[in-house]
Write a protein that binds this ligand. Sequence first.
Ligand code: CA
Ligand code: CA
Length: 125
Amino acid sequence: MKKFTLLKIAAIILPFLSVTNIFSQQFEKTNINIEALSHGKVNWIDLNNDGKLDVFISGNEDSGISRTLIYLNQGNENFVLINHGIPDFSNAKISWEDYDKDNDIDLLISGVENDGKYYNSDLQK
Ligand SMILES: [Ca+2]
Ligand SMILES: [Ca+2]
């Protein structure tokens, strides 16, 4: 009977402790310079298979122009903007998978292009 009561108390307290640990984590601002976009999507993904997470971001600049940006992680908080050939989108929905199993990540993206009228669904290999 006592054992049952202790387990019951532990079942109530342990989830609470896990939640308080998550909210007590401290973050600190970095000097990484990544363009701020609105109506966007951000993904961390290792695009070049070097073991370092790269940044994919799409959305609108302040001027309303859609952008799709990729920053490769060079290590030591150094991210380099690259040319990628992916159309510029805002309000994008993004899915990363290796759908053809060639060990290169593939991108399925759908969103609003710069003309504001045209929605596109495009697979990038
Ligand atoms: Ca990488
Ligand atoms: Ca692939």
